[in-house]
Ligand binder design. Structure first.
Ligand SMILES: O=C(O)CCC(=O)C(=O)O
Ligand SMILES: [Fe+2]
Length: 521
């Protein structure tokens, strides 16, 4: 799967580099052949200019011979065989497919294109990006094309069509209109030959019908018929739209207007807060922040007296803190080196019930401590910084988000912890290393705490998922905001309840059900 992580997208560049190389060879050969052809034509042209007097011309036996021979041999070998049989192309075709098989490269498929379309849609929705800005590569209002790319008419058409297929008519129609604009305006980039006005209209008209705008759907349908009067689908739709419009005219408008019907259900409160946090619209108030502190701590470990941890409290209850500069560059490089080759699409849910879902679009892999002895220093540092034991912890998880990649609001604790995790019990604390800086987007967001933490390379974000009585703390709901530009690599450690008895004795007052009103919000 190519769309859910940048590490996979990098492979696509290899595929493309390979194709460019092969096509370069092909073009070079084709160019040579064309040059030959041109020279051949020029020669003939010259010879044709020479013959003023045909009698005299053919009076020379050589000219007669040359003319006949040219038509019998030269044209055949130099032109017809070359162009019509195009042995060059056949040779090219077989080398390419042999080579592809050998290096076992497969390109992206339709599902990748759909995934990438959904990712762009998510970015538009979460960051409220306007279609023509995005199509021109502008991500932040007022900014000038930071990506230095812009989408062609055929890109916009493909995207609009994909979105209409998943019934996202509103954004889908915007992309189709953008395609139309780009087709008629100054076409930038490569316009795929199959994008025509009619093709765009064929998608656009039903999209407006899907949006309930029958008049516009009908008008656009008529435009198809203007261009192609015997277009079967359009003729059928004409009857359909006219019937529906006539029916609508006969209905006496009721006083009370029904709310427009939407296919989507109302998003949860935590989801709305999450998108606001991702956009940077929501912050803790100065009043909420006034008791937060920063300090240097050696955590009781002599070594760190020389190089203390830099703690920054982000929330007191539940506890959330960011510790700066915890990993060295060389350690992050090691993590990437060992993990990036074995990334797989992330799932949601536990063990046999886990599945792929759009609410978590990323790829991940696990780094086990026992098979990676070089991780022991990092493991020790995790223990030192959190004050917890890693005896019951999970292996480190390396995770990569690609275009529009995200993890929607969720809890890290599970139902039935004992059944799933046995003696290790539930996930007490989550600790995330940020392995890179993200150009735009990708913050870790806590909707109920009004907190969004932008990734900072080498730092560690940690928070409690459970109350001190080890009951679930529903305020710990959190998410990974979609990546708007760049990619995001993190490395996560889940500390469990087991084996923390002496490290962090639990509270004696039960906090079961506290803040449980947030459970489904
Ligand atoms: O991507 C993030 O910042 C959060 C990831 C997360 O919550 C998880 O992996 O459980
Ligand atoms: Fe999480």
């Amino acid at each position: 799967e190519y769309y859910s992580a940048t590490s996979q997208l990098e492979k696509l560049l290899d595929v493309e580099a390979f194709m460019v190389e092969k096509f370069d060879e092909y073009l070079e050969r084709a160019q040579k052949e064309q040059d030959n052809l041109k020279r051949f034509m020029e020669q003939i042209d010259e010879q044709l200019q020479d013959r003023d007097d045909l009698d005299e011309y053919f009076g020379n036996p050589l000219n007669a011979f040359i003319t006949i021979s040219r038509l019998v041999y030269d044209w055949k070998f130099n032109v017809f065989d070359l162009v019509l049989n195009s042995s060059n192309f056949e040779t090219y075709r077989s080398t390419l497919s042999d080579a592809f098989e050998k290096i076992n490269l497969t390109g992206p498929n339709q599902e990748d294109l759909h995934g990438a379309s959904r990712a762009l849609l998510r970015l538009q929705k979460v960051y409220q990006l306007n279609t023509d800005h995005l199509a021109s590569g502008v991500l932040l209002p007022g900014e000038r094309n930071p990506l230095n790319i812009s989408l062609s008419a055929s890109d916009c058409f493909e995207l609009g069509k994909n979105l209409c297929q998943i019934k996202e008519y509103s954004y889908g129609s915007e992309w189709l209109l953008e395609a139309r604009k780009r087709l008629h305006g100054n076409p930038t980039g490569f316009v795929s030959p199959n994008v025509s006005d009619v093709e765009i209209l064929e998608q656009l008209s039903p999209a407006f019908s899907g949006l309930g705008n029958l008049k516009l759907a009908h008008k656009l349908n008529m435009e198809i018929l203007d261009k192609k009067p015997d277009h079967e689908e359009a003729l059928k739709n004409k009857v359909l739209y006219e019937g529906q419009l006539a029916k609508a005219r006969n209905v006496i408008p009721r006083k009370q207007v029904d709310p427009p019907q939407t296919a989507e259900e109302e998003p949860k409160e935590s989801f709305q807060l999450y998108t606001q946090l991702c956009r940077g619209e929501l912050h803790q108030s100065p009043r909420e922040q006034r008791n937060l502190r920063c300090w240097l701590s050696h955590q009781g470990v002599p070594y760190y007296r020389l190089s203390p941890f830099k703690f920054e409290q982000l929330n007191l209850d539940p506890y959330v803190a960011l510790v700066h500069h915890v990993l060295w560059d060389s350690e992050m490089e090691m993590i990437m080196q060992h993990g990036r080759g074995s990334m797989e699409r992330s799932k949601v849910g536990q063990s046999e019930n886990s599945k792929i879902a759009d609410r978590r679009t990323s790829q991940n892999t696990w780094l086990w401590y026992d098979v990676n002895p070089w991780l022991s220093r990092i493991k020790q540092r995790l223990e030192d910084v959190t004050g917890l034991s890693t005896e019951s912890a999970e292996p480190l998880q390396l995770l990569n988000y690609g275009i529009g990649g995200q993890y929607e609001p969720h809890f890290d604790f599970v139902e039935d912890a004992e059944k799933i995790f046995g003696w290790q019990d539930d996930r007490l604390m989550t600790a995330i290393f940020y392995i890179n800086d993200v150009a735009l987007g990708g913050a870790t967001a806590f909707p109920f705490l009004r907190l969004a933490v932008p990734p900072e390379k080498g730092s560690l974000l940690m928070w409690n998922n459970l109350h001190s009585s080890l009951h679930k703390d529903y305020r710990s709901k959190h998410a990974g905001c979609p990546i708007l530009q760049g990619s995001k690599w993190i490395c996560t450690e889940w500390f469990h309840v087991g084996a923390q008895e002496l490290k962090r004795p639990c509270g004696l007052m039960s906090e079961e059900g506290k803040f449980s009103h947030l459970e489904d919000k």
